[in-house]
Design a binder for this molecule. Structure first.
Ligand SMILES: Cc1cc2nc3c(=O)[nH]c(=O)nc-3n(C[C@H](O)[C@H](O)[C@H](O)COP(=O)(O)OP(=O)(O)OC[C@H]3O[C@@H](n4cnc5c(N)ncnc54)[C@H](O)[C@@H]3O)c2cc1C
Length: 468
């Protein structure tokens, strides 16, 4: 079941600033190794350790925060040849897969056996299992299937000294801390994941998608909170602020000032019908207007790249998305203050939506666009916007990232990790990799990590310095 190899020459990952920085620049030959076996990978990592070179694992290079950006030379190790689906165990609902498998290939292999992973990030076709684990990725149907942390049951990884770690597979961790869980969000710093066993599900028999427009964002958040906390469990739930609702509903009749809400239920037909009825009653009580076609339109376009990525070549244009996590009690304040910060720092457009929900709160995903005089000014504003958003998120005590990870762009935000936690994190890292062979710069607080954008003199840091 080996998938076709996707090309992965690493000119950049999908971090907009790095994409912008490399436009029109002839790509240098990257130092890219492509091991075809775990033994070959172990030899490469061991050789790098001996020679003091840093190793950066590369999956689909689709991360959007600069996880693969390194300010110093390093050896990139692509997992693209480690891409086999090894075993689909329908009875125990697990799939064991090599880490370089792309999401779309894996999902099609599962669908052929009437199973699904349930992990559908917008980047399904361009991201890999290893990348999902390393960035703590999340798919759009997280209400039913959770994030990659809920899917991951066991893994194998090549450690910094070339040894191979294999964690046990059981329906629940047996005792002691879960080593597999430590690799979630580690951004390649603990080991190169070679294989993972993930939870899978029978394909649901019934699927319902529906949409409404609520009178306001507070009304939409209120009804969503009650649905989630009372256990109605939508497989997918999305709430758009006024600006993004407007963009979403362009060309349709819309209620001014309204907030679009899209949801989906999946499962047994009778259960789905009952959930849908309960949701309809809740929406009607909240004064919502039905807007069902919006749900179909969203579903059709769910894997399309965001519009700002398609405009990145335009002179003076840059855009990005920033994800944060909020408790319910701060959701509105966080949305308001971060939207204001983005606009105050020169964004020409700013949209926000809530798309992953928990008993205690949700994610907020801000999309911003900058239309500046030239690329230099665009990059300047870009840095100011990121710094302002991180500062406001920290001031409110929010989680400064939800599912995109830390990468290069959030490394300055790590500086505010409390000292005891920072010291402990460093000691844990020492235990895995005392010589910092793996992903040396990742998860390391730093202000001086931005790529030089051609014609860009300086990008401000949150501290007010410059990253020229
Ligand atoms: C259009 C678009 C839509 C997106 N939508 C979503 C979305 O819906 N949800 C979401 O969560 N993200 C989304 N992303 C972000 C991105 O797809 C995720 O961050 C994804 O998990 C990255 O996987 P990758 O294989 O491309 O990893 P890469 O970008 O190649 O690497 C990311 C990090 O993982 C490490 N890594 C990769 N493979 C391994 C391995 N085998 N072992 C150890 N470390 C490894 C790398 O060293 C790096 O630190 C989107 C990106 C784009 C461009």
């Amino acid at each position: 079941m080996s998938a076709a190899l996707a090309p992965t020459p690493l000119e950049h990952d999908a971090w907009p600033l790095w994409v912008k920085a490399t436009l029109g620049v002839a790509p240098g030959a990257p130092n890219m190794e492509e091991p075809a076996s775990v033994d070959e990978l172990r030899e490469i990592v061991s050789a790098c350790a001996r020679e003091g070179r840093s190793v950066l694992a590369v999956g689909g290079a689709s991360n959007v925060v600069g996880c693969l950006y390194s300010s110093e030379p390093c050896t990139y190790v692509s997992t693209r040849k480690l891409n086999r689906v090894l075993e689909i165990d329908v009875e125990n609902c697990t799939v064991t897969v090599e880490a370089g498998a792309y999401g779309g290939e894996l999902e099609r292999a599962l669908n052929a056996q009437q199973m699904t992973l349930g992990h559908y990030p917008q980047s399904l076709e361009i991201s890999t299992v290893g990348g999902w684990i390393a960035t703590r990725a999340m798919g759009t149907f997280s209400g039913r299937y959770g994030g990659i942390e809920q899917s991951l049951l066991a893994l194998a990884a090549v450690l910094a000294d070339g040894s191979l770690l294999e964690t046990p597979l059981a329906p629940r961790a047996v005792g002691g801390p879960s080593l597999a869980a430590m690799f979630v969000g580690a951004e390649g710093t603990f080991g190169v994941v070679t294989r993972a066993t993930l939870r899978i599900y029978p394909i649901a028999e019934a699927h319902v998608h529906d949409a409404w427009v609520l009178p306001s964002l507070p009304a939409a958040l209120d009804v969503a909170r009650r649905l989630v906390q009372h256990g109605l469990a939508p497989a997918m739930l999305r709430i758009y602020d006024d600006a993004e609702s407007g963009a979403l509903m362009a060309g349709q009749t819309r209620i001014e000032g309204g907030s679009a809400l899209i949801l989906a239920f999946e499962g047994e037909p009778e259960v789905v019908a009952a959930q849908h009825d309960a949701a309809r009653r809740a929406m009607s009580a909240a004064g919502a207007s039905s807007c069902t076609p919006l749900a179909g339109a969203w579903f059709e376009r769910r894997y399309n790249a965001p519009a700002f990525l398609t405009r990145i070549r335009e002179q003076g244009f840059i855009g990005d998305a920033i994800d944060v996590v909020v408790p319910w009690s701060l959701a509105l304040e966080a949305h308001g203050t971060i939207t204001a910060a983005i606009r105050e720092h020169g964004a020409s457009a700013c949209y926000g939506h809530f798309s992953h929900f928990y008993h205690q709160g949700s994610s907020i995903y801000f999309i911003f666009e900058v239309e500046a005089r030239d690329d230099e000014q665009a990059a300047q504003r870009y840095g100011e916007i990121w710094a302002a958003v991180m500062a406001r998120a920290e001031a409110l005590g929010l989680g400064v990232a939800h599912h995109h990870g830390i990468g290069a762009v959030r490394r300055p935000a790590l500086a505010s990790t409390p000292p005891v936690a920072a010291a402990l994190a460093a000691r844990v890292r020492d235990a895995f990799d005392p010589r910092r062979v793996l992903a040396r710069e990742n998860l390391r607080p730093s202000g001086a990590v931005f790529p030089a954008v051609p014609n860009v003199a300086a990008i401000p840091t949150p501290e007010g310095g410059s990253r020229g």
